[in-house]
Ligand binder design. Structure first.
Ligand code: SF4
Ligand code: SF4
Ligand code: FES
Length: 705
């Protein structure tokens, strides 16, 4: 690639060279000068010049110009409010105008102390006000949704929120109503703002107009700590700051990793943290998920269950364990007991895609992205959906069926598999077509790390399930909710569950040991790119960390295992992460390249499509479901609508239009759902959230109700 052409710009007498077309705000920054902004936010697309806060004096132009809408040109001479009275006057007037109706209720405003308007008013604003009239007021707060409140009188009409809704998440639900001084932000027809990414507008709002209902009046900025960690709700692994006050978790904010999340979070990652305080949280070991046991009694019982079962143990992993926990469990069960049967969280061979590693941000710059698998990307790995939208806006072609010619002809082709059991097929396609990158979206947030750590714990192949299964070890609430694991629990003589909540384990587990959340752990997670990222404990868990008691149990079986995360990581890192020390994982973890395993991916088993049996039903786990979401009242409105998606061709054949009610039948079971017609779904397939099609077999008949 040739080096970009440089231009010379002078800002407040400081000369800098920047690449041509650099924004003037960035050019000034390169010269060490800050131009204040409100509406400018490059992640939202082209600038709109709405707030006028960035007015500057540009030589040769008679009136002050908005720096955010200009790009650096060779020889440009710019003066900011620091050196130009004209720019200072313009900026003062702008701030005075913005504050005409702004309530200045900073002492009671949730944004107070971390508010750009407050900060810039202090730094650039007039010393006092000439405003003697009463300010405009509105009914407040206006519920935008159960998670977002709007204090309309604080809005400065920067349009950041509406631009996010229109140009980033593309849900177009937030709009500006009316014109001129009467303009207000509202949702379309006052419906709640429903969408996977709505909470981002809270962080984007440069004033306290859009606030989180969970965080309102909960803390002031000087009372809080922000712990840098990563989200553990899906395999994207967005970088987050967990805000705590007096040892309690209060909110989750983004901590922009430009290669992973670009500073966006989905609403599950942002709002579902309050599940930590659920009433049925397991805080001590439980006998049959009901009667509390002392830790000594619980470890004695666990040891007895393990000794009695010997190698007749199956372990069901959820993929939400840390790398260190999975390795520790593996050492205890595989090395200590020789129990090699496991149900893995949708990843069999974590190394298959190592040769196709790319940062997620590469999706945005691709020419052709092919999405395979049956499940909606947004339900499995929400931020990947935003990268796909960004790619489409950038001119990429997004395909939902493999077109080999297009993929081969593209300079930058990427494959994505969204659904279970696709790892091998994806690796094979990637090798065959020589694509640049391939992403498999597993269900578990750390599925890739768990699979590799579990495998590293013993140098022995996985075994088939033993007969009989004397003990089933279920690790994590996601595994407890898995229908295959539930079927194994029916067969197993005894069940040991490691669970955060008691209700799902009731009637299933003989012994329940408390699990911690990703927000309560130290350790590492590996996201779907293969990036090893650091989890930091934001709050103290109500029970000892899993590593503490796994190491105690391991000692009873003569297995040496440290109870300290750093030591376990270092031991494992020597085996699989080229010896990177724990301390070097870093706050913005890089993506290390890795060569592909020498053996090629095995040809996938072709799924037999049974002709004449109706339409194939894909029942997917929705994003807003699962043990954590179920325990967060504010997220219930996001649960999936009772809808079924039909392919366009099938809908035409059946005479069904979007919004029609349809009946889905199989094996004497039926469900009535609203039809949604999809242009990306393959013909012959119907798709619905699993909770709406329980009991329906893989092939169904669909008729208009
Ligand atoms: S609500 Fe906030 S983000 Fe939206 S236009 Fe008003 S000030 Fe800007
Ligand atoms: S996209 Fe995934 S990792 Fe990111 S905030 Fe949402 S659940 Fe968490
Ligand atoms: S930041 Fe330039 S007009 Fe708003």
């Amino acid at each position: 690639m040739s080096a970009p052409e440089l231009v010379t710009v002078t800002v407040d007498d400081v000369e800098v060279q920047v690449p041509r077309s650099t924004g003037l705000v960035e050019a000034a920054l390169a010269a060490g000068i800050e131009i204040p902004v409100f509406c400018y936010e490059p992640r939202l697309g082209p600038p709109v010049g709405a707030c006028r806060m960035c007015l500057c004096d540009v030589e040769g132009m008679p009136k002050p110009q908005t720096a955010c809408t200009m790009t650096a040109q060779d020889g440009m001479i710019v003066r900011t409010a620091l050196t130009s009275p004209k720019a200072a006057d313009a900026q003062n007037a702008t701030l005075e105008f913005i504050l005409v109706n702004h309530p200045l209720d900073c002492p009671v405003c949730d944004k107070g102390g971390e508010c750009p308007l407050q900060d810039l008013t202090f730094r650039y604003g007039p010393g006092n006000t000439r405003m003697t009239f009463p300010k405009r007021t509105f009914e407040k707060p206006i519920p935008i949704s159960p998670t977002i409140a709007l204090d309309r009188e604080r809005c400065i009409l920067c349009y950041r929120c509406t631009r996010f809704s229109e140009s980033v998440s593309e849900d177009t639900q937030l709009v500006a109503l009316n014109r001129g001084a009467q303009s207000v932000i509202a949702t379309f027809e006052d419906e709640p703002y429903r969408g996977a990414f709505s909470g981002n507008v809270i962080e984007l709002c440069p004033v306290g107009a859009l606030t989180s209902t969970q965080y309102r009046f909960e803390a002031r900025p000087w009372e809080i700590q922000n712990v840098p960690t990563v989200c553990g709700m899906c395999p994207v692994g967005c970088n987050i700051s967990a805000t705590t006050r007096e040892g309690k978790l209060k909110r989750i904010l983004s901590r922009n990793h430009p290669e992973v999340d670009e500073g966006w979070l989905c609403d599950k990652g942002r709002f579902a943290f309050s599940h930590l305080d659920a009433p049925d949280r397991v805080r001590e070991p439980l006998h049959r998920a009901r009667r509390a046991l002392s830790w000594d009694a619980a470890l004695d019982r666990a040891e007895q269950l393990l000794r009695d079962a010997g190698t007749h143990i199956v372990t069901a992993l959820s993929g939400s364990e840390t790398v260190e926990q999975a390795y520790a469990l593996g050492k205890l069960l595989r090395q200590g007991l020789g129990a090699h049967a496991a149900v893995m969280p949708e990843i069999e061979n974590a190394r298959l895609l190592d040769g196709f590693r790319l940062p997620l941000s590469a999706i945005r710059d691709a020419d052709v992205v092919t999405v395979l698998g049956d499940e909606p990307v947004v339900e499995r790995a929400p931020i990947v959906d935003l990268w796909l939208r960004a790619a489409r806006r950038n001119g990429a072609e997004i395909l939902y069926e493999l077109d080999e010619d297009k993929v081969r002809g593209a300079e930058r082709a990427i494959l994505i598999w969204s659904g279970p059991d696709g790892e091998e097929t994806l690796a094979l396609h990637a090798q065959r077509l020589g694509v640049q990158g391939a992403f498999y979206l597993p269900r578990g947030p750390n599925a890739r790390g768990v699979a590799e750590a579990w495998a590293a714990a013993a140098d022995v192949e996985e075994a088939e399930n033993p007969e009989p299964i004397k003990l089933l070890v279920i690790s994590g609430d996601e595994a407890l909710a898995n229908t295959d694991v539930c079927a194994l629990a029916e067969q197993a003589e005894t069940v040991l569950a490691i669970s955060m909540f008691s209700a799902p384990a009731r009637g299933v587990a003989d012994l329940v040991l408390p699990a911690t959340s990703y927000l309560e752990r130290d350790g590492t997670y590996v996201n779907l790119e293969g990036r090893v990222q650091r989890l930091r404990r934001a709050v103290i868990p109500p029970a000892p960390d899993e590593l503490a008691w796994i190491s105690m149990l391991a000692a009873r079986f003569g297995v040496e295992l440290s109870p300290y995360t750093a030591s376990v990581f270092d031991e494992l890192s020597a085996l699989i992460y080229d010896g990177i020390p724990f301390g070097a994982v870093g706050e913005h973890a890089p993506l290390h390249t890795r060569s592909a395993p020498s053996e090629p991916a095995a040809p996938p088993q072709r799924e037999r499509v049974e002709q004449g049996r109706g339409l194939r039903l894909v029942a997917y786990r929705p994003l807003f479901s699962g043990a954590a979401v179920e325990r967060v009242p504010e997220l219930q409105f996001q649960r999936p609508a009772p809808e079924v998606e039909l392919a366009h061709a099938d809908a035409r054949k059946l005479g069904v239009a979007g919004g029609d009610e349809v009946e889905i039948r199989s094996n004497g079971t039926s469900a009535r759902l609203r039809a949604r017609v999809s242009r990306t779904l393959a013909a012959g397939t119907v798709r619905a959230a699993d909770e709406h099609v329980r009991g329906l077999a893989p092939y169904v008949e669909v008729t208009k109700a």
